[in-house]
Design a protein around this ligand. Sequence first.
Ligand SMILES: [Zn+2]
Length: 318
Amino acid sequence: MRETQHVIVQEVGFRDGLQSICRVMCTEAKKKWIAATYDAGVRHMEVTSFVPPKRLPQLADATEIVDFAIRHPDLTVTALAPNLRGAENALKAGVHRIVAPISVSEKHSLANVRKTPDEMIDEFRRMRELRDSDPSWSGTRVVAGLSTVFGCTYQGYIPERDVRDIVDKVIQAGADAIALGDTTGHATPTHVRRLLEMLLPRAEDKVPSLHLHDTRGLALANAVVALDHGIREFDASLAGLGGCPHAPGATGNVATEDLVYLLHSMGFETGIDLEAMLRARDVLAEHLPGEPLYGYISRPGVLHDSLLPLHSSRGLPQ
Ligand SMILES: [Zn+2]
């Protein structure tokens, strides 16, 4: 009998979802959401971003949220840090992973972090050096979160050689891991396949994870292609929370519950209780009244019975 394969689903709604909407969620509601997500079995969460509160009031409670999250046993707590100062605050708060947003697109990079991609890679190197400077931080992983990998709202098409060069540079700068981000929902299955075939041999053991947005409805199809290429880690956001201030009508990340349903339907194991995940949507409905909640599986519900016979007769994916 083949072994069931585990796929990591990281909930990023607390950061990516919330930072893209105008309604501010109070700290207590965020804690309720984190607790409900943990109770549903999620063990990887990107809970906040260490940015100046003036720039992003929604995430001004970063330290308090990390302090709450790291009390949960076996939970890997990640925070975004766009600069060295943010990384220092994240390290002091005790996160397990720091993600530095590094745009492949120069225009997006300047708009997002006011640095060119090369300047941001220098900042990333300094983050890594800072982490290495104190033995008590040695357990924290420093992740290069590459954004606009598949396209950019400002720049349009992103040449594949630009992505390849950035991957090489962040490996040189000491990235512990690399996440590939479809920040603006440009990715298509063909594009995902092409990029992964080019990048995976170069990324060696850095095991890129994929950060998908469902802006144009292709996130799940893109995930299937990535799974076929061995990707076993995905970011997702409950109810696809989020959007984009620069693209009216745009939805957020791929919905966590839809991605989990897809993974279970393919015989992958996530450790996540899908029904409990669906119930966690109530926290959003209660504390973000009026905010659009996306996702498919929440409407008709989960088809448990139809999935099991499929896998007993056809086996599990290799
Ligand atoms: Zn994103």
